[in-house]
Design a protein around this ligand. Structure first.
Ligand SMILES: [Zn+2]
Length: 325
């Protein structure tokens, strides 16, 4: 090996498996997305159907590649045993219980597969190529329908037992609180995710105080609540402030736990970062111990591509290690 070092960058396939969509991309080692495609996840058709979809997408990406790809970096919803390539208990995809996902995709695609929990994959993407570049200590939090994340500490990715570290959405922040998708109550995700925000907005819009939110009831979205807040609607403004308080509370715990230099916020709710970000940062600082208050909260830079790029980049690292460099 080593004789192939030349001007053309190495290539890998990144796959981001979600409960509703599977997205695939051809990625080079600078983090550039050269080609991409998306399909609806066959989430109810069994594990082998999803494996076939992943292999098909990888095949499309391989055929677009000007040189052979190193393999597939697969980002998938947890919890999964990333070290052994096993989907342990993914509630959104049928058949993903103790399922040897990496091995099944390898068999079907003929390519090496590295599996990563989706929060960690996105954290790696933002760390290597996005908002966290150059940081030795970084926390990435994705706030979307759920809350997930990943941690870089002392210059390396924190994976923990079975590669499951960083399930930050399931920190309990309220005893006997709101019911979480995981079955427990009071999780950070159950109170501060985009889903929880929208639930509070719907409840508030159904209540008494006159608000623009009532006009859009039914078609209410997170974006429409932020728009109303921007237009001076008092109820919408209070909902945004409450969301910021909840996120700030959880993020302050992350500062205390991991002492990052930077906290990066991604996911659908980060599209509202212009208004939400400064409020969350202020709430985080109020809840943090004094020595932690200088840590900045910044918006993720790679958007939907963070997981794809992060997962694909695992292949470049694995390749480097196997060469002994
Ligand atoms: Zn939970």
């Amino acid at each position: 090996m080593g004789s192939d070092i030349g001007p053309s960058p190495r290539l890998a396939v990144g796959i981001d498996l979600g409960g509703t969509q599977i997205r695939g991309a051809l990625i080079d080692e600078t983090g550039a997305v050269l080609h991409r495609a998306v399909m609806a996840t066959a989430a109810t058709e069994g594990a082998e159907a999803v494996v076939a979809q992943i292999a098909d997408l990888a095949g499309v990406m391989s055929r677009e590649a000007p040189s052979p790809v190193l393999g597939i970096g697969l980002s998938a919803p947890g919890p999964l045993d990333a070290a052994n390539g096993i989907a342990l208990a993914t509630p959104t995809i049928a058949g993903f219980t103790d399922f040897p996902l990496a091995r099944a995709v390898e068999a079907r695609s003929g390519l090496p597969v590295l599996l990563e929990n989706d929060g960690i994959a996105a954290a790696i993407g933002e760390w290597r190529f996005g908002a966290g570049q150059g940081a030795d200590h970084m926390v990435y939090a994705t706030v979307s329908t759920g809350i997930g994340g990943g941690i870089v500490s002392d210059g390396r990715v924190l994976r923990g037992r079975m590669g499951m570290a960083g399930h930050i959405g399931h920190m309990t922040i309220v005893r006997d609180g709101a019911l979480c998708a995981c079955g427990h109550r009071g999780c950070f995700e159950a109170h501060a995710s985009g889903t929880a925000f929208l639930r509070r907005a719907r409840e508030a819009a159904a209540g008494d105080p006159p608000s623009r939110l009532q006009a859009s009831e039914g078609a209410l979205s997170a974006a429409s609540v932020f728009e109303a807040a921007e237009a001076g609607d008092a109820l919408a403004g209070r909902l945004v402030e409450e969301e910021a308080e909840l996120l700030g509370l959880g993020f302050a715990s992350l500062l205390h736990l991991y002492s990052p230099q930077i906290l990066v916020m991604g996911g659908g709710m980060s599209r509202q970062f212009a208004r939400l970000g400064p409020l969350v940062e202020a709430a985080m600082r109020r809840a943090a111990l004094a020595p932690f208050r200088a840590v900045p909260l910044v918006a993720a830079r790679l958007g939907d591509n963070a997981g794809l790029v992060g997962a694909a980049s695992l292949l470049f690292e694995a390749d480097r290690f196997s060469r002994g460099a």
